[in-house]
Design a protein around this ligand. Structure first.
Ligand code: DX5
Ligand code: ZN
Length: 232
């Protein structure tokens, strides 16, 4: 079955050199990244800490495409303005991060940014219907958030159901966690259009020697597009 959806590849800088984010963003974009996925972790909502708005602001001038900020933090609302000012294009919050996700999505949109809604692997789709018109992107986590390099959890049925729920709305389905050329096809077939990949993009290269990034991105894109009937 083919459909016209194009595949967006969003490398996660969680797998990049933390001492050299600027160069890493420039390198991976030059090698074909469509967006840059930025994982913010607070050591409270998830069992790991990365960085906050100051780092996002510092790397923003090195990103020419889309800065896709995935907030794995709780609470979210007190920090939305800071991430918006840091230059995020998309701000994604977890449904599990608090009791007022509707308010959070409204607050993100009120900054003029795109609003994303992330779902942990253990979270079902019940309760998201009222949020679909407030959301530009739904991030289906295919690992439990907190770390890169974990094994992929196949949630094809969830993605398929979500795509049907979204219908004609202009809402991206993003998959985050364990994406490789082997796992991407089933997700694309199920209806995903944005694939985040950390370890599978950054392995084998460096900002100074980034050709592997390009090969890795092409391998994921080709596998996903072939699965939905695009010419490779
Ligand atoms: C996990 C992060 C992911 C992660 C993906 O908490 O949200 O974005 O970096 O990394 P890989 O592709 O290595 O699973
Ligand atoms: Zn992420």
């Amino acid at each position: 079955m083919s459909h016209p959806r194009t595949i967006t590849i969003a490398p996660s800088i969680l797998a990049a050199d933390f001492a050299d984010f600027g160069a890493e963003c420039r390198a991976v974009e030059a090698q074909g990244a469509d967006w840059i996925h930025v994982d913010v972790m607070d050591g409270h909502f998830v069992p790991n800490i990365t960085f906050g708005p100051a780092t996002c602001a510092a790397i923003r001038p090195h990103i020419r495409t889309v800065m896709d900020v995935h907030l794995m933090i709780a609470p979210v609302d007190p920090y939305i303005a800071a991430f918006a000012e840091a230059g995020a294009d998309i701000i994604t919050a977890h449904i599990e991060a608090g009791p007022h996700i509707h308010r959070t999505l409204q607050a993100i949109r009120a900054t003029g940014k795109k609003a994303g809604l992330a779902l942990n692997p253990g979270t079902g789709l019940d309760g998201i219907a009222p949020l679909l018109d407030l959301t530009d992107l739904i991030c289906v986590m295919t690992v439990n958030p907190g770390f890169g390099g974990q094994s992929f959890i196949d949630l094809s049925a969830k993605v398929r159901t979500l795509r049907a729920m979204i219908g004609d709305r202009p809402v991206h389905i993003q998959i985050d966690g364990g994406i490789t050329p082997d796992t991407a096809p089933a997700m694309a077939r199920a209806g995903a259009d944005v694939l985040v990949a950390g370890s599978a993009v950054f392995k084998g290269g460096t900002a100074r020697s980034p050709e592997a990034y390009g090969r890795n991105i092409r391998a994921i894109r080709t596998a996903a597009e072939a699965a939905i009937g695009h010419a490779a």
